[in-house]
Design a protein around this ligand. Structure first.
Ligand code: A3P
Length: 275
Protein backbone atom coordinates (compact mmCIF):
# COMPACT_ATOMS: atom_id res chain seq x y z
CA UNK A 1 0.00 0.00 0.00
CA UNK A 2 0.97 3.67 -0.21
CA UNK A 3 0.26 6.17 2.54
CA UNK A 4 -2.54 7.84 0.56
CA UNK A 5 -4.66 4.77 1.25
CA UNK A 6 -3.54 3.99 4.79
CA UNK A 7 -3.21 7.39 6.52
CA UNK A 8 -6.95 7.61 7.17
CA UNK A 9 -7.28 3.93 8.09
CA UNK A 10 -9.23 4.14 11.38
CA UNK A 11 -11.76 6.59 9.99
CA UNK A 12 -12.26 4.47 6.93
CA UNK A 13 -12.70 1.28 8.92
CA UNK A 14 -15.28 3.08 11.06
CA UNK A 15 -17.19 4.34 8.03
CA UNK A 16 -20.94 4.16 8.62
CA UNK A 17 -22.64 2.60 5.64
CA UNK A 18 -26.36 2.93 4.93
CA UNK A 19 -28.47 0.00 3.77
CA UNK A 20 -28.96 1.47 0.29
CA UNK A 21 -25.28 2.30 -0.27
CA UNK A 22 -23.78 0.54 -3.28
CA UNK A 23 -20.12 -0.36 -3.10
CA UNK A 24 -18.24 -0.63 -6.41
CA UNK A 25 -15.19 -2.77 -5.75
CA UNK A 26 -12.35 -3.61 -8.11
CA UNK A 27 -8.68 -4.33 -8.36
CA UNK A 28 -7.21 -1.09 -9.80
CA UNK A 29 -7.65 -0.76 -13.57
CA UNK A 30 -10.32 -3.44 -13.94
CA UNK A 31 -13.05 -1.06 -15.16
CA UNK A 32 -13.99 0.84 -12.00
CA UNK A 33 -14.78 4.08 -13.79
CA UNK A 34 -16.83 2.30 -16.41
CA UNK A 35 -18.95 0.53 -13.79
CA UNK A 36 -19.20 3.74 -11.73
CA UNK A 37 -20.42 5.64 -14.74
CA UNK A 38 -23.01 2.97 -15.62
CA UNK A 39 -24.39 2.99 -12.09
CA UNK A 40 -24.39 6.76 -11.92
CA UNK A 41 -26.31 7.03 -15.20
CA UNK A 42 -28.79 4.35 -14.12
CA UNK A 43 -29.64 6.24 -10.94
CA UNK A 44 -28.97 9.88 -11.77
CA UNK A 45 -28.79 10.05 -15.57
CA UNK A 46 -31.21 12.91 -15.96
CA UNK A 47 -29.45 15.26 -13.62
CA UNK A 48 -27.14 18.21 -14.16
CA UNK A 49 -24.34 16.50 -12.26
CA UNK A 50 -23.55 14.57 -15.44
CA UNK A 51 -22.21 17.69 -17.10
CA UNK A 52 -20.74 19.48 -14.10
CA UNK A 53 -19.38 17.01 -11.53
CA UNK A 54 -16.42 14.71 -12.31
CA UNK A 55 -17.07 11.01 -11.87
CA UNK A 56 -14.53 10.79 -9.02
CA UNK A 57 -16.66 13.26 -7.03
CA UNK A 58 -19.96 11.60 -7.91
CA UNK A 59 -18.59 8.23 -6.82
CA UNK A 60 -16.07 8.90 -4.03
CA UNK A 61 -13.04 6.67 -3.64
CA UNK A 62 -13.50 5.60 -0.02
CA UNK A 63 -9.89 5.06 1.04
CA UNK A 64 -8.18 7.95 -0.74
CA UNK A 65 -6.58 10.59 1.45
CA UNK A 66 -4.61 13.17 -0.50
CA UNK A 67 -4.39 16.36 1.55
CA UNK A 68 -5.27 19.15 0.93
CA UNK A 69 -8.07 17.47 -1.03
CA UNK A 70 -11.09 16.28 0.91
CA UNK A 71 -10.75 12.60 1.84
CA UNK A 72 -12.82 9.98 0.05
CA UNK A 73 -14.37 9.01 3.37
CA UNK A 74 -15.51 12.59 4.07
CA UNK A 75 -16.77 12.89 0.50
CA UNK A 76 -18.82 9.73 0.97
CA UNK A 77 -20.14 10.99 4.32
CA UNK A 78 -21.24 14.20 2.64
CA UNK A 79 -23.04 12.64 -0.31
CA UNK A 80 -26.66 13.66 -0.31
CA UNK A 81 -27.79 11.19 -2.97
CA UNK A 82 -29.73 8.03 -2.41
CA UNK A 83 -28.32 5.59 -3.07
CA UNK A 84 -24.75 6.64 -2.41
CA UNK A 85 -22.33 5.09 -4.90
CA UNK A 86 -18.95 4.45 -3.30
CA UNK A 87 -15.80 3.06 -4.89
CA UNK A 88 -13.11 0.95 -3.26
CA UNK A 89 -10.07 -1.02 -4.34
CA UNK A 90 -9.82 -2.84 -1.04
CA UNK A 91 -9.22 -6.57 -0.98
CA UNK A 92 -12.40 -8.03 0.49
CA UNK A 93 -11.02 -8.39 4.03
CA UNK A 94 -10.50 -4.63 4.36
CA UNK A 95 -14.04 -3.55 3.46
CA UNK A 96 -15.34 -1.63 6.50
CA UNK A 97 -17.59 -3.90 8.55
CA UNK A 98 -20.56 -1.56 8.40
CA UNK A 99 -21.09 -2.42 4.70
CA UNK A 100 -21.63 -6.06 5.67
CA UNK A 101 -23.74 -5.21 8.71
CA UNK A 102 -26.00 -2.98 6.61
CA UNK A 103 -26.29 -5.72 3.99
CA UNK A 104 -25.25 -3.33 1.20
CA UNK A 105 -25.20 -4.31 -2.43
CA UNK A 106 -21.71 -4.63 -3.91
CA UNK A 107 -20.69 -4.65 -7.55
CA UNK A 108 -17.31 -6.23 -8.22
CA UNK A 109 -15.61 -5.90 -11.61
CA UNK A 110 -12.73 -8.17 -12.55
CA UNK A 111 -10.49 -8.01 -15.61
CA UNK A 112 -8.14 -10.62 -17.00
CA UNK A 113 -4.73 -10.39 -15.37
CA UNK A 114 -2.71 -9.68 -18.50
CA UNK A 115 -4.72 -6.66 -19.64
CA UNK A 116 -5.14 -5.55 -16.05
CA UNK A 117 -1.37 -5.58 -15.63
CA UNK A 118 -0.76 -3.55 -18.80
CA UNK A 119 -3.34 -0.97 -17.81
CA UNK A 120 -1.85 -0.73 -14.32
CA UNK A 121 1.64 -0.24 -15.75
CA UNK A 122 0.55 2.77 -17.79
CA UNK A 123 -1.47 4.10 -14.88
CA UNK A 124 1.57 4.00 -12.57
CA UNK A 125 3.52 5.92 -15.20
CA UNK A 126 1.02 8.76 -15.33
CA UNK A 127 -0.38 8.89 -11.79
CA UNK A 128 1.89 10.95 -9.57
CA UNK A 129 0.40 9.43 -6.40
CA UNK A 130 1.38 5.90 -7.44
CA UNK A 131 4.89 4.42 -7.12
CA UNK A 132 7.11 4.61 -10.19
CA UNK A 133 6.44 1.46 -12.22
CA UNK A 134 10.05 0.92 -13.33
CA UNK A 135 10.54 -0.77 -16.67
CA UNK A 136 8.03 -3.23 -18.08
CA UNK A 137 9.97 -6.39 -17.22
CA UNK A 138 10.42 -5.26 -13.63
CA UNK A 139 6.73 -4.38 -13.35
CA UNK A 140 5.81 -7.74 -14.89
CA UNK A 141 7.75 -9.59 -12.16
CA UNK A 142 6.33 -7.49 -9.38
CA UNK A 143 2.77 -8.02 -10.58
CA UNK A 144 3.23 -11.78 -10.44
CA UNK A 145 4.68 -11.45 -6.95
CA UNK A 146 1.68 -9.36 -5.86
CA UNK A 147 3.90 -6.41 -4.98
CA UNK A 148 1.42 -3.84 -6.20
CA UNK A 149 -0.58 -1.12 -4.53
CA UNK A 150 -3.67 -2.98 -3.22
CA UNK A 151 -1.72 -6.23 -3.29
CA UNK A 152 -2.00 -9.31 -5.38
CA UNK A 153 -4.42 -9.39 -8.32
CA UNK A 154 -4.71 -13.16 -7.79
CA UNK A 155 -5.82 -12.84 -4.16
CA UNK A 156 -8.12 -9.92 -4.93
CA UNK A 157 -10.17 -11.58 -7.66
CA UNK A 158 -10.25 -14.96 -5.85
CA UNK A 159 -11.18 -13.65 -2.43
CA UNK A 160 -14.03 -11.50 -3.75
CA UNK A 161 -15.21 -14.48 -5.82
CA UNK A 162 -15.27 -16.73 -2.75
CA UNK A 163 -17.04 -14.12 -0.68
CA UNK A 164 -20.11 -14.41 -2.93
CA UNK A 165 -20.82 -17.81 -1.41
CA UNK A 166 -21.43 -16.39 2.06
CA UNK A 167 -22.63 -12.93 0.97
CA UNK A 168 -24.98 -13.15 -2.02
CA UNK A 169 -25.36 -9.40 -2.46
CA UNK A 170 -22.16 -9.28 -4.52
CA UNK A 171 -22.66 -8.98 -8.26
CA UNK A 172 -19.42 -10.18 -9.90
CA UNK A 173 -18.87 -8.79 -13.39
CA UNK A 174 -16.13 -9.29 -15.96
CA UNK A 175 -14.61 -6.49 -18.04
CA UNK A 176 -14.45 -8.82 -21.04
CA UNK A 177 -18.21 -9.50 -20.87
CA UNK A 178 -18.86 -5.77 -20.73
CA UNK A 179 -16.77 -5.29 -23.86
CA UNK A 180 -18.50 -8.14 -25.64
CA UNK A 181 -22.07 -7.14 -24.83
CA UNK A 182 -22.45 -4.00 -22.75
CA UNK A 183 -26.26 -4.04 -23.03
CA UNK A 184 -26.54 -7.57 -21.69
CA UNK A 185 -24.25 -6.81 -18.75
CA UNK A 186 -26.28 -3.69 -17.95
CA UNK A 187 -29.46 -5.83 -17.98
CA UNK A 188 -27.91 -8.27 -15.49
CA UNK A 189 -26.73 -5.39 -13.35
CA UNK A 190 -30.22 -3.84 -13.37
CA UNK A 191 -31.82 -7.05 -12.22
CA UNK A 192 -29.28 -7.31 -9.38
CA UNK A 193 -29.98 -3.69 -8.39
CA UNK A 194 -33.72 -4.08 -8.76
CA UNK A 195 -34.02 -1.15 -11.17
CA UNK A 196 -36.01 -1.20 -14.41
CA UNK A 197 -35.06 1.65 -16.75
CA UNK A 198 -37.27 2.28 -19.78
CA UNK A 199 -35.95 0.97 -23.11
CA UNK A 200 -35.11 4.54 -24.05
CA UNK A 201 -33.18 5.21 -20.83
CA UNK A 202 -31.35 1.92 -21.17
CA UNK A 203 -30.29 2.87 -24.67
CA UNK A 204 -29.02 6.19 -23.39
CA UNK A 205 -26.95 4.47 -20.72
CA UNK A 206 -25.57 1.83 -23.08
CA UNK A 207 -24.64 4.45 -25.66
CA UNK A 208 -23.32 6.96 -23.13
CA UNK A 209 -20.88 4.55 -21.56
CA UNK A 210 -19.17 3.48 -24.79
CA UNK A 211 -15.43 4.05 -24.59
CA UNK A 212 -15.29 6.86 -27.17
CA UNK A 213 -18.05 8.79 -25.41
CA UNK A 214 -16.44 8.47 -22.01
CA UNK A 215 -13.02 9.32 -23.38
CA UNK A 216 -14.14 12.69 -24.69
CA UNK A 217 -16.32 13.52 -21.67
CA UNK A 218 -14.25 15.68 -19.32
CA UNK A 219 -16.47 14.65 -16.41
CA UNK A 220 -15.69 10.97 -17.03
CA UNK A 221 -12.14 10.90 -18.42
CA UNK A 222 -10.26 12.20 -15.34
CA UNK A 223 -8.73 15.07 -17.31
CA UNK A 224 -9.58 17.39 -14.40
CA UNK A 225 -7.95 15.18 -11.75
CA UNK A 226 -5.02 16.80 -9.88
CA UNK A 227 -2.50 13.94 -9.75
CA UNK A 228 -2.49 12.64 -13.31
CA UNK A 229 -0.11 13.57 -16.09
CA UNK A 230 -1.94 13.08 -19.37
CA UNK A 231 1.19 13.99 -21.31
CA UNK A 232 2.56 10.60 -20.23
CA UNK A 233 -0.59 8.54 -20.83
CA UNK A 234 -4.35 9.20 -20.86
CA UNK A 235 -6.57 7.67 -18.21
CA UNK A 236 -8.94 6.34 -20.88
CA UNK A 237 -6.08 4.69 -22.72
CA UNK A 238 -7.29 1.94 -25.09
CA UNK A 239 -10.29 0.27 -23.49
CA UNK A 240 -9.67 -3.08 -25.19
CA UNK A 241 -9.33 -6.75 -24.46
CA UNK A 242 -6.03 -8.13 -25.76
CA UNK A 243 -3.72 -5.11 -25.57
CA UNK A 244 -1.44 -7.35 -23.48
CA UNK A 245 -0.20 -8.83 -26.77
CA UNK A 246 1.48 -5.51 -27.52
CA UNK A 247 3.43 -5.67 -24.26
CA UNK A 248 4.16 -9.29 -23.33
CA UNK A 249 6.97 -11.05 -25.14
CA UNK A 250 6.28 -14.68 -26.06
CA UNK A 251 8.60 -15.79 -23.26
CA UNK A 252 6.84 -13.54 -20.75
CA UNK A 253 3.45 -14.85 -21.78
CA UNK A 254 4.62 -18.44 -21.29
CA UNK A 255 6.19 -17.67 -17.93
CA UNK A 256 3.06 -15.84 -16.88
CA UNK A 257 0.74 -18.69 -17.91
CA UNK A 258 2.82 -21.27 -15.99
CA UNK A 259 2.73 -19.17 -12.85
CA UNK A 260 -0.98 -18.38 -13.34
CA UNK A 261 -1.91 -22.06 -13.32
CA UNK A 262 -0.25 -22.47 -9.92
CA UNK A 263 -2.06 -19.49 -8.40
CA UNK A 264 -5.52 -19.80 -9.96
CA UNK A 265 -6.76 -23.19 -8.78
CA UNK A 266 -10.49 -22.44 -8.62
CA UNK A 267 -11.95 -23.85 -11.82
CA UNK A 268 -15.18 -21.90 -11.30
CA UNK A 269 -13.36 -18.59 -11.83
CA UNK A 270 -12.38 -18.24 -15.48
CA UNK A 271 -11.02 -15.21 -17.33
CA UNK A 272 -10.81 -14.53 -21.03
CA UNK A 273 -7.77 -12.82 -22.55
CA UNK A 274 -9.52 -12.32 -25.88
CA UNK A 275 -13.13 -11.88 -26.96
P1 A3P B 1 -6.85 0.66 -20.47
O1 A3P B 1 -5.73 1.27 -19.71
O2 A3P B 1 -6.58 -0.76 -20.87
O3 A3P B 1 -7.33 1.47 -21.62
P2 A3P B 1 -10.25 1.83 -13.84
O4 A3P B 1 -11.43 2.69 -14.08
O5 A3P B 1 -10.52 0.66 -12.96
O6 A3P B 1 -9.08 2.63 -13.43
O7 A3P B 1 -9.88 1.13 -15.23
C1 A3P B 1 -9.39 1.88 -16.31
C2 A3P B 1 -9.38 1.00 -17.53
O8 A3P B 1 -10.74 0.82 -17.97
C3 A3P B 1 -8.63 1.64 -18.68
O9 A3P B 1 -8.11 0.54 -19.45
C4 A3P B 1 -9.75 2.36 -19.39
O10 A3P B 1 -9.46 2.72 -20.72
C5 A3P B 1 -10.84 1.30 -19.31
N1 A3P B 1 -12.18 1.85 -19.55
C6 A3P B 1 -12.76 2.90 -18.95
N2 A3P B 1 -13.95 3.15 -19.49
C7 A3P B 1 -14.14 2.22 -20.45
C8 A3P B 1 -15.19 1.96 -21.38
N3 A3P B 1 -16.28 2.71 -21.43
N4 A3P B 1 -15.04 0.92 -22.22
C9 A3P B 1 -13.93 0.14 -22.19
N5 A3P B 1 -12.90 0.35 -21.35
C10 A3P B 1 -13.01 1.38 -20.48
Amino acid sequence: MVNFFTDNWENIQNFQARPDDILIATYPKAGTTWASYILDLLYFGQQERQTSVPIYDRVPFLEIFLPPHVSGKDQADNLSTSPRLIKTHFPVQFVPKSFWEQNCRMVYVARNAKDNMVSYFHFDRMNLAQPEPGDWSNFFQRFMEGKMVFGSWYDHVNDWWKKKESYPKIHYMFYEDMIEDTGQEIDKLCSFLGVSPSAEDKMKVTGGVQFDNMRKDNMANYSTHPVMDFKISPFMRKGKVGDWKNHFTVAQSEQFDEDYKKKMKDATLQFRTKV
